[in-house]
Ligand binder design. Sequence first.
Ligand SMILES: Cc1ncc(C[n+]2csc(CCOP(=O)(O)OP(=O)(O)O)c2C)c(N)n1
Ligand SMILES: [Mg+2]
Length: 367
Amino acid sequence: MTIETKPDKTASNGVGTETAGGLSPEAIKKEDPATLLSYYHMMVLIRKFEERSAEMYTKARIGGYCHLNLGEEATIVGLMAALRPQDYIFTNYREHGYILARGAKPGAVMAELFGKSTGVSKGRGGSMHLYDVNLNFLGGYGIVGGQLPLATGAGFALKYKEKEGLVVAQMGDATTNIGAFHESLNLARIWDLPVMYLIINNGYGMGTKVEYASAQPELYKRAAAYNIVGERVDGKNPLAVREAVKRAIERAKDGEPTVLEAMSNRFKGHSVVDPDRYRDPELVKSFRQSDPLFNFARVLEENGIMTADQDKQIQEQVDQEVQEAIDFAEQSPSPEIDTMFDFMYATPVANAIDPQWEQFKHAKEAR
Ligand SMILES: Cc1ncc(C[n+]2csc(CCOP(=O)(O)OP(=O)(O)O)c2C)c(N)n1
Ligand SMILES: [Mg+2]
């Protein structure tokens, strides 16, 4: 008897382990200036949206939890620049920027944070549960790693239905210690699924440093245990991220999953209410000094893509855009109390004493 083994894919482990090289003048020259400006505009939108979200939280307009993407804008924009309409995205709870960059209206996202019926999840989800099926944006999840088996299942569905596409399973660094991460990678390899597991390594899971929690702190290397290609990319460079995601898209066409680790910094505490006492203020200050947004602006200006005036214009335009989103959220109604159970189940639940279920059962029996 012979046992077939899959060829070792990890020979290429670590490909693209790159730094800011992608923002060199040569690289910038090859790009379309209008596209670069659109990346910058989106990074500014995410930055300002998040700053105003924090403000709205402290004004008690937003309830529950609220986790911000401040410092992670370049990774988000690079990711979305590579994705195509047929691709799917699942994320953790730190996802405002992702759905904005995927194309949701800022007003609908802010309204969701406010719990209003005009929100992307009709006010049922709030900050951690943004969802838009038209954008193939299948949700933010509050349970650490909860999104990973679902994303893996979506990858299986694409393969089963013989559809082309990539499923992105975004997560934080600490999520790689959850069982579901390992189970998902194992299945993705066994079944050759078109899934990219995107690890945003911002150095911390709440107040715990990666090095304290992970036996292998170079997280992309964990892919090797499952015979999956792992890459590490500079998450502060949107072009490097975009190219790494494009490589994952190409691999997915051959049934190759990918693990991509984007190195990033979290500017604020874990959530809006975290005073961030466990980090040295000097360290956080150094993150601001290598701010991906300011860095990208500088690169655009140095390469003649953007003038200081244009930058000012973009900032003002975005200020207005975010203010309009807040006004829209403020003026929108809360969901009506009698719609509380809407959108909960696709079909009535079998064990509930529910006239709707009785009706459904009888209709089924009559068929
Ligand atoms: C199963 C589970 N355990 C614990 C928590 C509490 N918790 C919420 S976020 C978090 C840290 C996750 O950190 P990371 O994966 O690095 O993501 P980041 O917040 O940095 O984006 C923890 C432990 C949870 N929500 N779910
Ligand atoms: Mg983290």
